[in-house]
Design a protein around this ligand. Structure first.
Ligand code: HEM
Length: 207
């Protein structure tokens, strides 16, 4: 299927450096403290989320606008997904350190909901290769579609929680605004996918 696909190693390097910076930066500025670890957990998502959006939108964007950029995104969709998995694994490391430092556990709903998201993400990463695509057949599509939309859902509820106002009293930034931008991007991404699916259906019907 994609035997000639060239691995964009530079992208993995950029993701790794950016993710580590979002961990090391707050810890250098604030020390190994509750606040430093909280910001590390928060900022790691600001690397993983754009990568998630690019992986989520690569195919629909190519359907809607054919250009060198969208073709590149489509060709490298697998690597965008793997880079998201890399950055989000660093989020997992940061949030685990945060909770260990506090000596508490996240609530059951977060553990179950977030844990399932991570389980699906790791399954998707482990099956992001030609051999798994061939072996799993139609199940491959099913697993990746469920995983992608479940992750979309967790992004949605996490950003929408910022809108409730309970978390907006942050000293350094307006978390309500972060919730507005995040939720708009998550909903906007779904809208783009729906428009692309509609266009594809019309093209099929016309053919
Ligand atoms: C058990 C699993 C998880 C736990 C315990 C957890 C915990 C955390 C923590 C402690 C923060 C920082 C909160 C703050 O700013 O005060 C955070 C931020 C965030 N997490 Fe996670 N997380 C988990 C899984 C996930 C997953 C699977 C996703 C997405 C699919 C996700 C998306 C986010 C987002 C969107 C933010 C906010 C980032 C921002 O403010 O820009 N998390 N998480």
């Amino acid at each position: 299927m994609a035997a000639s696909r060239k691995t964009p190693t530079w992208l993995f390097a950029v993701t790794l450096i950016a993710s580590l910076t979002t961990v090391i930066g707050p810890l250098l500025l604030l020390g190994m403290s509750e606040r430093g670890l909280q910001l590390a957990a928060r900022y790691t998502v600001r690397v993983s989320f754009p990568l998630f959006l690019l992986a989520y939108l690569a195919r629909p964007l190519t359907t809607l606008w054919r250009s060198d950029v969208t073709r590149w995104l489509q060709r490298n969709r697998r690597y965008l997904g793997l880079n998201f998995a890399l950055a989000h694994t660093i989020h997992l490391g940061a949030l685990t350190s945060y909770f260990i430092y506090l000596g508490i556990s996240p609530d059951a709903a977060t553990l179950i909901g977030g844990g399932l998201a991570y389980a699906l993400m790791f399954v998707m990463a482990a099956t992001s290769n030609d051999r798994a695509v061939k072996t799993l057949g139609t199940n491959w599509r099913r697993i990746h579609s469920i995983g992608l939309h479940y992750l979309w859902f967790i992004f949605l509820i996490t950003y929408m929680r910022r809108l409730s106002g309970g978390e907006s009293g942050d000293i350094t930034e307006d978390l309500f605004a972060v919730g507005v931008v995040g939720s708009a991007l998550v909903f906007g991404a779904l809208l783009v996918r729906l428009i692309a699916a509609l266009k594809q259906r019309r093209q099929k019907a016309a053919a």
